[in-house]
Design a protein around this ligand. Sequence first.
Ligand SMILES: Nc1ncnc2c1ncn2[C@@H]1O[C@H](COP(=O)(O)OP(=O)(O)OP(=O)(O)O)[C@@H](O)[C@H]1O
Ligand SMILES: [Mg+2]
Length: 480
Amino acid sequence: MSHEDTELPDDIYSEALPPGSKLLSGQYEILQYLSSGGFGITYLARDSLNRTVVIKECFPEAFCSRVNKTVRARTRNYSDDFKSIVALFIREAHALSRLDHSSVVGVHQVFEDNETAYMALDLVDGRDLLDLIENDTVSFSPGEVYRMALALLDAIGHVHAQDLLHRDISPDNILVDKSGRPVLIDFGAAREEASRKSRVLSQVLVVKDGYSPQEFYVAGSQQSPSSDLYALAATLSHLISGQAPPNSQARLAALAGNQPDLYEPLRGRFPDYEDAFLAAIDKAMNIVPAARIQSAEEWTLMIDHSKRAERARARAMDDKTIDLTVMNLVKSVNRDLQETATGVADAAPATAQPRDSTPTRDKPAPKAVVEDLTWSADEYDGFADDEPAPRETPYARIVAATQRMRQEPKRRKLPFRISMRRMTTVPVIFFAYFFYGQTALKYEQVQAATVDPIVRLGEEFRTWNEPDKANVEISRGIGG
Ligand SMILES: Nc1ncnc2c1ncn2[C@@H]1O[C@H](COP(=O)(O)OP(=O)(O)OP(=O)(O)O)[C@@H](O)[C@H]1O
Ligand SMILES: [Mg+2]
């Protein structure tokens, strides 16, 4: 509501604070009364930084009255009720102050004064939706209604994510600013809780015919996010059809009496709107809570194509993660196998090859043997540069090492032990095969990560269990 545009309300509520009243030691000054709804009085005010804000005063008129500026329980009997309502108001204001969404009114401050409680809110420069609907000169295009619905769904999703319900969504509690952005005001959850404690409040404060779902009429009934979504659907239905929907209690009574539903579905009646958009409103308006849309997100996905595409992309990203996991598995298995081959070669002369020869069987050049072929510093020390080394030739050393290996059967077991350790990965590999086989991964990738390592492991075994064959190849390599 813009400060300049605001007309003075026709009926100045006699219990309202007069303009010029100061609150919180002069930090706020009341500029004008805006409205009263039975539970609170709303004012336009100026804060200490000279900004115009909206102040809501906790004033449940059934229980209290004003004496000078101070708010007191009407009678001693109401004293406890009044105190607990003020406490609920403060608790609710604190919960609201944690909400941070462009389509939820911002709470600046919560404070106590005049023996009641107040909240200072951001001023929304605009008009409420009820006012706009009833004003013949304003009409919303289907595109505007659609954008408004998405913004409100996002805001309601945000509220629900904090474990809060709005509980009083209706056209008069949605302000539309000059850019067309809808803003939710006037949360009713504190009133609902207060009404459960007081029969007087329960009669007047908690339901709004046409917008409240049937469960709001039954004290202590189960309320859920779908209750708020019903009220949003009723609001959108009013915006589209120009008529407030029928009272949900009357709908329930008609259905219970085997009469047709008093709510006429929007789908098929407004060709300017997408069918899916109208169908979603009709579903959210179902009289049975379990048959409604259950979350703001579910509703958004039903009507927003780009959100659906975004969701599909996010799923694809997840698949990429799986992809990456498999690729890493492939890499690590390959690395392990390579290490095994190197470790085996360290211990077995069968793979020995001269430094310059190409390794046979595509295995990496065995490290230990390569080192063997090099004169070590120790061996070289003590000899003159021109003096030939008095040791065996590299070839002779390889032959000696091979003979040593033959005489030491224990060392032949080393490759087998290493391979056994690798074998423990087989169940993991099988599990991966079946797990990844369920995904959308390409068959080759699954194969590369699972079956291939097993096959290579088998080949490795065969090689190491045939040392003589390996020897033949190696000696051929040396000779050639
Ligand atoms: N943040 C705001 N910015 C601009 N105008 C506001 C704001 N909050 C409330 N108003 C104006 O004050 C009116 C009443 O506010 P609100 O809906 O919060 O209280 P209510 O319905 O009168 O009282 P109750 O809380 O008892 O239901 C709104 O319809 C709107 O015109
Ligand atoms: Mg209101």
